[in-house]
Design a protein around this ligand. Sequence first.
Ligand code: 4AD
Ligand code: MG
Length: 467
Amino acid sequence: SPGPTVAALLADAQPGETVTVRGWVRTRRDSKAGLSFVELNDGSCLSNLQLVLPHELKEFESRAAPITTGASLVARGEIVESQGKNQRIELRVDDFAVPGGADPDRYPLQKKRHSFEYLREIAHLRPRSNTFGAVARVRNRLSHAAHEFFQERGFLYAHTPIITTNDCEGAGEVFTVTALNAAKLAEAAAAGDFSRDFFGKHAGLTVSGQLEGEVYATSLGPTYTFGPTFRAENSNTPRHLAEFWMIEPEVPFCDLEGDMDLAEAFVKATLAAVREDCAEDLEFFAQRIDKTLPETLDAVANQEFVRLPYTEAIDLLQNSGQSFEYPAEWGHDLQTEHERFLTETHFKRPVIVHDYPASIKPFYMRMNEPDEQGRETVRAMDVLAPRVGEIVGGSQREEREDVLVSRMKGQGIDPASLWWYVELRTYGSVPHAGFGLGLERLVQLATGMQNVRDVIPFPRTPGHAEF
Ligand code: 4AD
Ligand code: MG
């Protein structure tokens, strides 16, 4: 058995218990009084367990020589009350072993604070830092909370494919998947004929599981998918990754209002789970990463999200008296500076902008009647969060076959290429809605971490796919 974790010991070990712990050395200090103090971390929590090693232990000096920062350590001993102010207990060690040392002249993680840029270069070691350990635990809790949220509400977890020939968002950001070598691929692309490639069609990595999610939702009821998605967009920003994890619920017999309710409930519930179970990590983020974090999380938890039609958002931005670099204009996407104004300056809480211009949204969103000025909008919604910006993008889906087909044609999509998707409207069509939430953006909201590269274990961005 692996023995108790440091988290479990710090929470409820009693003096007198004999335990074995396993982990990695954060620091070692030798006192003149014949004792060595080791801070041991095993990843179960932010805190270290203090180990006290008496120098009388057999062959102490030679056996303890490899106990340096970064070394692995197995230690057995008795729990005793700590003399120090910072911890309740410590471990008085009576035997130990060092499975692997870490040459202090070479170990890349020293006790000092390292920059996030530096840590990205050592993605294989950065989870041993306080920040990345805390991010990993919060990310884990959010992922579990996502499943809890949907499972408790009776949603079916459906696995959607990674390899597909459809481009759900129609943005041309699909990574190609091919079995052809570079020359053959160039030939096939030039001829527009992929019939000799592995899938017989131009296949790629999914940008969203939505279309397949709709298949399941319109047969089996509320459904969600949660998996990796890929976008070959310029991801040289603090918010974009080429590979990210998306949570996508899809609900039949549901409209945009129900969809917004679901998104708001989801964000509130998953953040509440983190506040409940990752209190120590959140305190660390509030102290070291973002002083405003508790305030932001309070605003998310205790206030209703604002619901603001896109047209009103544009009016508000235009009359805000702010001088934006890009003035807000009807028919254009909101810029980061606009999102920040709405969520951080004006409303100071999450804002759901809905009913966007049809021209800037994908083919599958349900068309509204034109407004008084004849402008066309769709039943889309984006949840914008303070500091992070868009964390959710969703919509009510176009369930009318004729409208869907004409929207596809209008966007240059051959309806025949998505015949199965169209047939969901031919047979037993229902109003339905769903959304996609980027897990990384939710982790950013929960932790205050500014760069999306620092909330996923192995970030994929232009030029980075090695480790
Ligand atoms: O707004 P998006 O593109 O919506 C869709 O893909 C829909 N098909 C989802 C649906 O309705 N089922 O993406 C949804 C969310 C965004 O709000 C954002 O949180 C995240 O996915 N996202 C990214 N996260 C990190 N890096 C990127 N490059 C991202 N692109 C989108
Ligand atoms: Mg979006």
